[in-house]
Structures are given as C-alpha cells and as structure tokens.
Design a protein around this ligand. Structure first.
Ligand SMILES: Cc1cc2nc3c(=O)[nH]c(=O)nc-3n(C[C@H](O)[C@H](O)[C@H](O)COP(=O)(O)OP(=O)(O)OC[C@H]3O[C@@H](n4cnc5c(N)ncnc54)[C@H](O)[C@@H]3O)c2cc1C
Length: 297
C-alpha cells in the first residue's frame, strides 16, 4: 500500500520546525529516521496531513556534555551511538553503545534515531528503558519555548508520551555516569523489538556491599517501569547470588504484565525474572571489577 497524500516540509532550524508543527497542530508528524513512521504511513495506520522532516537539523545530532550530564541529540542515530568514540559515553555510559547494538538490524540502526525511538514510545524499546533506568531528562522545544520532562513522566502509555502538538523532542540528558549499568533482553526474532528487556545498575561501596542500585523493565507493562521493591531489597546487602535471585523474583512479582499476540502475561513475567537476574549479575560483575581496580595496590 502507498501512504495517503501529505504536505512535506524540510525546515532548516528547530524553531522553524516547531512553527510548522504548531501551524498544523495534531495533524502533523515529525519525520526523523522514518523506521517506525513510514511503515505506519504505508499501511495507512496514521494519516497526517503534513510531515515535518527534521533531517537538516544538524544541531540535534551527536553527543556532548551539558552541566555534568551527557546530552544525546534527538537526531543521533542508533548506529552513531553504537560506534561513538566519545570518551564520556565509552567510559561513563558504556551501556549506551552496547544497547544501541541490540536494536533491530544495521539498516534500521543507520537510519533510526534516539529521539524517534523515545517519541514513538514502544513499551519494549531499548532507549525508553534506558531513559527510565537512568533517570534521564528529555528536552523539548514547543510553541511556548524550551522545557524538560523527566523520563518517569514522559511515557504515559503504549505509544503515548507527554509530547503535545507542536512539540519537537530535541535531546535526552543522562544526568550522571553509570559505568556499571547493563541491559539484557529476549525476543524470539533477531532484528526486531524484544519481548522483554531488563536494565540494572549495581554500585558497590568500599565495604563490598550494595551502595546504590536501579532496576527497570521494558516490554512487560505499557511503558518501562522501575522496580522499587527489588531495589530496596538489594540496598545495603552483600551481593550474593541468593540476594540477586530474591530481587529478581520481587521485580517480577511487582509487575502487571500485558498479554498480546506475541506472548501471554505469565511468559512476560517469567522473562522479566530471568532477565533481571541476568542483568543484575552483569552489572555486579562490572561493579566488582571496578572495586578491585580501585583497591588494587
Ligand atoms: C525491522 C525493524 C526492527 C526494529 N527493531 C527495533 C528494536 O529492536 N528496538 C527498538 O527500540 N526499535 C526498533 N525498531 C524501531 C526503530 O528503532 C526506530 O528507529 C525508532 O522506533 C523510531 O526512530 P525513527 O528515527 O525512525 O523515527 P520515525 O519513524 O521518523 O518517527 C517515529 C515517531 O516519533 C515521532 N518523532 C520522531 N522524532 C521526533 C522528535 N525529534 N520529536 C518529536 N517527535 C518525533 C514521529 O512523528 C513518529 O510519530 C525497529 C524498526 C524496524 C523497521
């Protein structure tokens, strides 16, 4: 099938893009990498009257530091992050390139963008999971100017976000390094969205106990969720396999999994438990290695 007719605009600045989006209102769509939008258009599942192609907005590409945070421009592609040489990413947030590598297959990663993925808000999308796991802030330019939306408030449901008509997502900021964070995921088909993805970060204190931790799960509910009970259970504990297993059980128990044509709810819960255990173990291994490096004579 072919897409329905639409007006096509290719602005040179973010301000111009917002002006166009505001003029058209809810009937306009931003076109970034097109990896999610074009299939929807071709199947006529969306019928925008105008597309605002943001490909020329070079200022929205790439990574950089901003007030101690790592900023990733909305138009940065998955492949660009996968291959980045930026030391702030490689050393401080290695989980970003590692996760980028898990997305789809190469042609999708070369075109698809971080901002497009966040705005599309698929419940299983890796960038949405990482934004929630790492307490990211999302920068938005709208008709009233710039504003920032914390990731915890950005995702409001499956394919639903706090973006309003006229809004352009300009970037995402990760407020602090998370060198030990890890992601694990499972999907029956290589090259497509996972069924369930889990992210975790364990930081060990000098005494070898768990000083800080985060756990988030994607693909289980209608948006990525943090596992507060499991995080609490880990805090201050000695990081033994039994404790990690206990936390993984708690994380899975707390969920309200959805069921769809891809998997029943119980299967998603089981996956959540297994993947949480796996990603906690991966993060612990990193944290242990860092502690050993720091205390080596
Ligand atoms: C075969 C295949 C496999 C895939 N596998 C995965 C996977 O494993 N994991 C995964 O996460 N994704 C996967 N995807 C989706 C892919 O990551 C897309 O790149 C991503 O979801 C959307 O990014 P995009 O730049 O292509 O956005 P587009 O398709 O251009 O846009 C998507 C939506 O976001 C809106 N939008 C885009 N940019 C902005 C912005 N800056 N501000 C406001 N709104 C905006 C658009 O209007 C549209 O509604 C897959 C896609 C395909 C085709």
């Amino acid at each position: 099938m072919k897409p329905p007719p639409f007006a096509y605009h290719r602005p040179d600045t973010a301000e111009e893009a917002v002006q166009l989006l505001t003029e058209y209102g809810p009937d306009a769509r931003v076109l970034a990498g097109g990896q999610s939008l074009l299939p929807l258009l071709n199947r006529r599942l969306v019928r925008p009257i105008a597309l605002v192609d943001v490909a020329r907005l070079a200022a929205l590409r790439g990574t950089g530091r901003q007030d101690g945070a790592l900023r990733v421009g909305a138009l940065t592609t998955h492949a660009a992050l996968e291959r980045t040489a930026d030391p702030h990413v490689r050393d401080g947030l290695p989980v970003l390139p590692e996760t980028a590598r898990l997305i789809g297959h190469l042609p999708v990663r070369v075109r698809g963008t971080v901002g497009g993925s966040l705005a599309h808000a698929d419940p299983a999308a890796e960038w949405c999971l990482l934004a929630v796991l790492l307490d990211a802030d999302l920068d938005v330019l709208g008709p009233e100017g710039q504003r920032t939306i914390p990731a915890a408030e950005f995702f409001t449901g499956a394919h639903r976000t706090a973006l309003a008509p006229g809004d352009l997502l300009t970037g995402v900021r990760f407020p602090r390094p998370a060198a030990t964070a890890a992601v694990a995921e499972y999907g029956p088909q290589r090259g497509s969205l996972p069924l369930v993805a889990a992210g975790a970060e364990i930081v060990l204190g000098p005494d070898g106990r768990i000083a800080a931790t985060r756990i988030a799960l994607g693909g289980v509910e209608d948006r990525p969720v943090r596992s507060g009970t499991a995080e609490q259970a880990l805090l201050g504990g000695v990081p033994e396999p039994r404790l990690l297993d206990h936390a993984a059980r708690l994380a899975a128990k707390d969920l309200d999994p959805r069921a769809d044509h891809r998997a029943p709810a119980g299967y998603r819960r089981d996956l959540a438990r297994t993947l949480t255990g796996r990603t906690l173990a991966a993060s612990l291994a990193r944290s242990t290695a860092r502690l050993q490096e720091a205390t080596a004579p």
